[in-house]
Ligand binder design. Sequence first.
Ligand code: UT7
Length: 334
Amino acid sequence: MYNSKIIGLGKYVPENIVTNDDLSKMMDTNDEWIQERTGIKERRWIKEGSEDTSAVMGAKAARIAIERSGLSKDDIDFIVFATLSPDYYFPGCGVQIQDMLDMPTIGALDVRNQCSGFIYAISVADQFIKTGMYKNILVIGAEYHSNGLDKTTRGRGVSVIFGDGAGAAVLSREEDTSKGILSTHLHSEGKYADKLIVASPSISHWVPEIIEAGEEDLSYFPYMDGTFVFKNAVVRFSEVIMEGLNKNSLKREDIDMLIPHQANLRIAQFIQKKFSLRDDQIFNNIQKYGNTTAASVVIALTEAWEEGKIKDGNTVVLAAFGSGFTWGSVIMKW
Ligand code: UT7
């Protein structure tokens, strides 16, 4: 058995910045409400006419991650792509990456676990590397939310939160099993699927029916019971971080860097307080990008690394919670 280790990271966000004041021109909202409830100051939304999509942004982040890994695209054995906003209903974005990066005909897998998508994707890649089946795996998280949001006052409880962007990591075989990914922990609770959902179009409720219903049927916009999601998030985040620490006989003070999914700054601050972490033991960038779902953890991890906040030998913890419900954590020795 081997371990896997992240040897390259990259990110890409669209250049179009949308501030809270910009949103207040589209709907009844304001900078004070958004900052106070979520911590978000601005987000990136793909501009109309741009070539960017989840797959295109994922490819841009992936090229950077591969270059930084010191490998060539031809050294990659497998692709795992996490998104809830794929370019097509099918096929998934993973196969588009194989084509866009002109890679050999390697396998490509899409993961649909929303905010926990990157954690699940890393865990899948880790298992392939552990068993020796693959040596180098490209893991991508990317989201194109902005075109699917209700940007009127009706949708303000959801639309002000989400942003577009992508991140990528190259995982590689590590012979020293005291280094790299030490463990991953995955959970779900499907009875709450309808608490954060895009219900349509579904095969049993297809496009013509939605069009016919007109304004009566807005089930193609994301729905979220924010308060319920928030209450579950703080509990599950704490549990799954503790689970990871316990599994590796680590204590909360052993955490050098916690990268929580960027769902809401208040959730991250709650976790920081609960685990008595100093400001330099946790990384947040929701202020700049909003919630980028499957991309958020890998964008934050990339930025923390770029800013020199993650060093060799550090204990790094990734954790996420979101739609499904799904949640999970990754414990790594950098
Ligand atoms: O990434 C996946 C996981 N997602 C999460 O973890 C998100 C968890 N939930 C949250 O982050 C929070 O619940 C929200 C930020 C979504 C909402 O914050 P909240 O403190 O739970 O507010 P609320 O939904 O209870 O709404 C409070 C008030 C309402 O007005 P009334 O009924 O008190 O008059 C809303 O209509 O704020 C109103 N409101 C807004 N006002 C201005 C809702 N959205 C907005 C808005 N601007 N954008």
